[in-house]
Design a protein around this ligand. Structure first.
Ligand SMILES: C[S@@+](CC[C@H](N)C(=O)[O-])C[C@H]1O[C@@H](n2cnc3c(N)ncnc32)[C@H](O)[C@@H]1O
Length: 266
């Protein structure tokens, strides 16, 4: 795999900004992302996963290119051409660019072409799901680990990341890109999670047609089929979804002192 050398990345006025748009709602982009979007000469965006309303942040005269029907080789060379022509370019992609966003191959190409870039994080689907479900995915004494993963589709998943083995941790597990293979995923997860483990199916969070269905892991495939969903679903499988009324972390505990607070008698 080509290694990315961070010392080649300049942080002064990057020619290309790769911006996370968040899960859908136009006001869930970061302030920095919105500012860059509003200044860009050219915006390349993933039309299948970034709603058009997000483009309201762009200048009316900005060139807007939807990459959903283009191959990588086409749009990445268009990005480089425009950047080398002195235009400010934003690549706008859903959620956070570091997750399942074909980010690595774009950055490698930009480095090879000597085009400087900045990556601006965004709210990922798993974070939007936790907020929508009003759940902390790391509840003390219950679960302290989050696994972000996907099932094997057209992209290979290494054998050592087999879903059944990840399930052994019984962590809060957020499953991307897996609606097509949800029956197989359910069977693998049930090798270690109990059938009653709470499961939330989250479709197009933040979009007008958002759907959120909460059930148990044993219902995951049936609920997906009933809702007729085959894409843009994030599953959250976690004991934390059931709540844990008496759980609290020590962070704000009266008997816990740290550098910002003395022990309190309360
Ligand atoms: C190509 S991946 C990109 C993930 C994205 N970079 C992120 O951080 O959320 C697309 C997958 O992310 C999840 N996803 C993205 N946006 C979503 C949303 N608004 N609601 C639910 N799931 C979403 C789904 O699992 C979808 O199949």
């Amino acid at each position: 795999m080509t290694q990315l050398s961070t010392d080649r990345v300049s942080h002064d006025s990057p020619q290309v900004c790769i911006v996370g748009a968040g899960p859908g709602a136009p006001d869930l982009i970061t302030v920095r992302g919105q500012t860059l979007l509003s200044q860009a000469d050219v915006v390349f965006y993933t039309g299948s996963l970034v709603p058009e309303q997000m483009l309201a942040h762009c200048r009316p005269d900005a060139e807007i290119i939807d990459t959903r029907s283009l191959v990588l080789e086409t749009w990445r060379s268009q990005i480089v051409d425009r950047a080398k022509a002195g235009k400010t370019v934003v690549r706008l992609q859903d959620g956070d660019p570091c997750l399942y966003g074909a980010l690595h191959e774009l950055m490698v190409y930009l480095l090879d072409e000597d085009v400087s870039f900045e990556v601006v994080p965004g709210v990922s689907a798993f974070q939007a799901a936790a907020a929508r479900l009003q759940t902390e995915l790391t509840v003390p004494k219950l679960v302290q680990t989050i696994i972000l993963t996907r099932t094997q589709g057209q992209t290979d998943v290494p054998n050592r990341e087999n879903l059944a083995e990840l399930a052994a941790h019984q962590a809060s597990l957020c499953l991307y890109l897996s609606a097509h293979h949800c029956a197989k995923a359910q069977a693998q997860l049930l090798e270690h999670y109990s059938a009653e483990t709470p499961m939330a199916l989250c479709y197009r969070l933040g979009w007008p047609d958002e759907q959120v269905v909460v059930g148990s892991l044993s219902q995951m495939a049936d609920l997906t089929r009933e809702a007729n969903l085959t894409r843009t679903v994030l599953y959250v499988i976690s004991p934390a979804l059931a709540g844990a009324a008496d759980a609290r972390s020590r962070l704000y505990s009266p008997d816990h002192a740290h550098i910002f607070r003395r022990k309190s008698r309360a």
